[in-house]
Design a protein around this ligand. Structure first.
Ligand SMILES: *Cc1c(COP(=O)(O)O)cnc(C)c1O
Length: 374
């Protein structure tokens, strides 16, 4: 295996994190969120590891993502919640996938697919309690409940759950969290007053799972924490699962006064040695990191110098006391290198975006998992 740049995903870390989340969830079940290919960690592998470690269900955004889990042989309950009305609901119903519905139009599309197929659809209502992203708008909610009641009565639909999503969960104590809780409780009560009994209700993402046990309801839906990244500065004992690393392609001297990489944004202040790392912005190394981030290489941290390019960047080794050579592994981020939060701070973003960035050319390799029978 000669990958120049790869992500290594530790499935033992995934299992460890799921166990921590289960502890925080108390009596509630855990749905591990594996949308966006498991936050770019591999939805199938992470899904299997999470289920083996005690997660009860998996959550994704789209029908396509849900079907990919089924194709891989995962039979656990899977919910998907972000689809256009023309999504392939028939395939989803046929595969026993639970469909999150955010409008009357979505519900009608699901109804049509279920009738055409002659199979009951499993529906979960996504209610908008104030995030104002997806979720059923309050003005439309009574119509959806009325329509759903008929569909449940004639067994076209099984109502599995009602859920909502928080806007400020990563700001503990923010008053809007409780506003959303109250609106959520009202939405559940409204469903009941329409004669609808969801089998379960859920509200908490990672941040709420870790800080608001009172909002666990029947199930929690952590995503980022499954991957070992905390939404807070406190890490809760979570272990980051992803390492981004690359093998040094070249080590060479640069004379004092010579510029390095496009535009010569950095000039060697003294005779020095540089290492070329064959990973660039096409691999998830954001160009605005140029000259600002460090890699762990030869047991020490070395700073990037000059611009990050599409395929490569350069680090300054100084007089290279640790004898870095071609083929050595540079850790860009991960448990044995900088934390993705360091990149997030430099880029004014969140670590979610950092781990989602490696793509295309980056080989992904899973390690661990034996302890959970994988
Ligand atoms: C992404 C997502 C989650 C998980 O959020 P994290 O902050 O990663 O824990 C939970 N629920 C919904 C509806 C989501 O879209």
């Amino acid at each position: 295996m000669n990958a120049q740049v790869e992500t290594v995903v530790d499935l033992d870390a995934i299992a460890h994190n799921v166990r921590i989340l289960r502890r925080h969830a108390g009596d509630a079940a855990v749905m591990a969120v594996v949308k966006a290919d498991g936050y770019n960690h591999g939805a199938v592998e992470v899904g299997r590891a999470a289920l083996a470690a005690g997660a009860a269900e998996l959550g994704v955004a789209t029908v396509g993502e849900a079907l990919a889990l089924r194709t891989a042989g995962i039979t656990a309950p899977v919910l998907c919640w972000l689809n256009n009305s023309d999504a392939d609901f028939a395939a989803a119903i046929d595969a026993g996938i639970e469909l999150g519905v955010s409008s009357l139009q979505h519900l009608r599309a699901v109804e049509q697919a279920a009738r055409a197929l002659g199979r009951q659809a499993i529906v979960t209502l996504k209610v908008d309690t104030g995030l104002h992203r997806n979720g059923i708008a309050p003005v439309e909610y009574p119509q959806v409940l009325t329509a759903l009641r008929t569909l449940v009565a004639d067994r076209t639909v099984r109502l599995r759950a009602i859920f909502s999503h928080l806007a400020h969960a990563d700001e503990p104590g923010h008053p809007f969290i409780d506003v959303q809780r109250d609106r959520f409780l009202e939405a559940i009560a409204a469903a009941k007053s329409h004669g609808l009994e969801p089998e379960l209700v859920h509200l908490a993402n990672s941040a709420a799972t870790l800080t608001r046990p009172d909002l666990a309801f029947d199930l929690v839906r952590p995503g980022i924490a499954v991957y070992g990244l905390s939404p807070f500065s406190h890490d809760f004992g979570l272990r980051p699962a992803m390492t981004l690393q690359a093998r040094v392609a070249l080590v060479k001297p640069v004379a004092a006064g010579e510029g390095v990489s496009y535009g010569h944004a950095w000039t060697a202040p003294r005779d020095t040695t540089v290492a070329l790392i064959p990973a660039g912005y096409a691999d998830g190394v954001f160009r605005p990191l140029s000259g600002r981030f460090e890699v762990v290489l030869g047991g020490a941290r070395h700073r990037s110098v000059g611009r990050v390019c599409m395929d490569q960047f350069v680090v300054d080794l100084g007089d290279n006391p640790s004898g870095v050579a071609e083929g050595d592994t540079a850790v860009l981020f991960g448990p044995d290198g900088p934390h993705p939060q360091e990149w997030a701070d430099l880029l004014d973003t969140i670590h979610y975006e950092i781990v989602c960035a490696p793509r295309a050319r980056v080989r992904r390799r899973h390690v661990g998992g034996r302890s959970i029978g994988l």
